[in-house]
Each structure stands twice: as structure tokens, then as C-alpha cells.
Write a protein that binds this ligand. Sequence first.
Ligand code: HEC
Ligand code: HEC
Ligand code: HEC
Ligand code: HEC
Length: 129
Amino acid sequence: MKRRTTPLALVALAAALLLAAPAMSQQDMTTVPAEGLASKTRLPAVFPHDQHNEKAAIAECTACHHGEKDGKRDPEADTAGIPCSDCHTAAGKPGRTPLMRAYHKQCMGCHLDKKKGPVSCGDCHKPVK
Ligand code: HEC
Ligand code: HEC
Ligand code: HEC
Ligand code: HEC
């Protein structure tokens, strides 16, 4: 009996985690997760994922979720659902853009490019309405 209780408990835990997963999908995202960052000096950046992308008329997931090929950025590979921090760490590996810079470059880069969307600190790092 004792030998069976542990695996069963693990199965139950795995099932509970799977059931909890949809609650954390991108539809419910209101800010960019900051778990991977060393410091937390600012409020997390406001980012209602789906609403943002709809309003900004971004059709391609790869506009943000790119991949990696031969140590370089692969603009074709769709990595939607894989955290940026899997590849861009807080400290940054050699030849790799560190996480905060990766976010700032991607978010502000496009906003500057399109001449639309916030580029000043307090317009992203602010309380969620
Ligand atoms: C377009 C939105 C945007 C703007 C504008 C922006 N940031 Fe950020 N910033 C982010 C995102 C996204 C992250 C990473 C995740 C998070 O913190 O929510 C981040 C992370 C940070 C972090 C690391 C996390 C922390 O809280 O310590 C700091 C520090 C920071 N930003 C400072 C600034 C400063 C200073 C400015 C203005 C010069 C600025 N940011 C402008 C989006 C933005
Ligand atoms: C404007 C940039 C942008 C675009 C476009 C975008 N995403 Fe994301 N997405 C993000 C950011 C930023 C995160 C948070 C990444 C992290 O946690 O490291 C994220 C997270 C996710 C997550 C994980 C959700 C979670 O809570 O962990 C999924 C799934 C996802 N995106 C799917 C998609 C799909 C599908 C598309 C295309 C239809 C898409 N994304 C387009 C920026 C974008
Ligand atoms: C599968 C790995 C991988 C994932 C996931 C990933 N990246 Fe990258 N990214 C790379 C590689 C490799 C490069 C090229 C080397 C570098 O600059 O770090 C790169 C480059 C970049 C650059 C360009 C830096 C420059 O100088 O122009 C930005 C910005 C960036 N990534 C932001 C992000 C953001 C934001 C996310 C999450 C939404 C993300 N990346 C997810 C691998 C990844
Ligand atoms: C590929 C382009 C692109 C990228 C990447 C991008 N944005 Fe935007 N963003 C836009 C555009 C375009 C708008 C303006 C939408 C409008 O009001 O028409 C915008 C608007 C916003 C707004 C204001 C929304 C409002 O309702 O007024 C916030 C906040 C924002 N972006 C945060 C972010 C953050 C945080 C990131 C990085 C995780 C990011 N954006 C990445 C294109 C982009």
C-alpha cells in the first residue's frame, strides 16, 4: 500500500497543475511577468497581451516570440508560450541581450518605429487600471 500512495499523490498534483494552467494563459495577462528579473524596483509593465496586440494590429506571434538558430535570433521560429527568460537571462550570457534590455528594446523599439505606444518609463511602469 505504501508504495502506491506516492505515485497517486503525484498524479493528483500533476492533474491539479494542468487544470490550473488555463487561468494563466495570455488572455488573462495584464502585465509583463517580471519573475526572471533580478531587480523589482518598478511596477511591472502594463501589458494586456491580447488586447494590446489587437489594438496594435499585430498579426504575427513572431513579432515578439522569435526563436534561435546557430546562436542567432531566428525571426521565423514561433516560440509563443516560451518565456523570454528561457533565452534572455537577467545577467545575460555572452553575446546574448540581457532580459531587461531585451524587453526595453522590443517594446520601445516597435513603439518608436510605429510612432505609437508609450516610450516613457511611467507610461509602462504604472498600476494596472
Ligand atoms: C514600453 C514599455 C516600457 C517602457 C517605456 C519602459 N519599460 Fe522598463 N520594463 C518594461 C518591461 C516589459 C520590463 C520587464 C518586465 C517587467 O518589469 O514588467 C521592464 C523592466 C524594467 C526594469 C527591471 C525590473 C525592475 O522593476 O527593477 C527596470 C529597472 C526598468 N524597466 C526601468 C525603466 C525605466 C527607468 C524606464 C524609462 C527610462 C523604463 N523602464 C521604460 C517595459 C518598459
Ligand atoms: C507585442 C509582443 C507580443 C506578441 C505580438 C505576442 N506575444 Fe505572447 N507574450 C508576450 C510577452 C512579453 C509574454 C510574456 C513572456 C514571458 O513570460 O517571458 C507573452 C506570453 C505569451 C504566452 C504565455 C502566457 C503565460 O501566462 O505564461 C503565450 C501562450 C503567448 N504569449 C502566446 C502568444 C500567441 C499565440 C501570439 C500570437 C497570436 C502572441 N503570444 C503574440 C508578447 C507578445
Ligand atoms: C529560443 C530562444 C529565444 C527566445 C524564447 C527569445 N529570444 Fe530574443 N533573441 C534570441 C537570440 C539568440 C537573439 C540574438 C542574440 C541576442 O541579441 O541576444 C535574440 C535577440 C533578441 C533581441 C534583439 C537584440 C538586438 O540587439 O536587436 C531582442 C530585443 C529580443 N531578443 C527580445 C526578446 C523578447 C522580448 C522575447 C520574449 C517575448 C524573446 N526575445 C524570446 C533568442 C530568443
Ligand atoms: C510590433 C510592435 C509592438 C511591440 C513589439 C510592442 N508594442 Fe506596445 N503598442 C504598439 C502599438 C502600435 C501601440 C498603439 C496602439 C494604438 O493605440 O493604436 C502600442 C501601445 C501600447 C500601450 C498603450 C496601450 C493603450 O491602450 O494605450 C502599452 C502600455 C504598450 N503598448 C506596452 C507594450 C509592452 C510592455 C511591450 C513589450 C512587452 C510592447 N508594448 C510591445 C506596438 C507594439
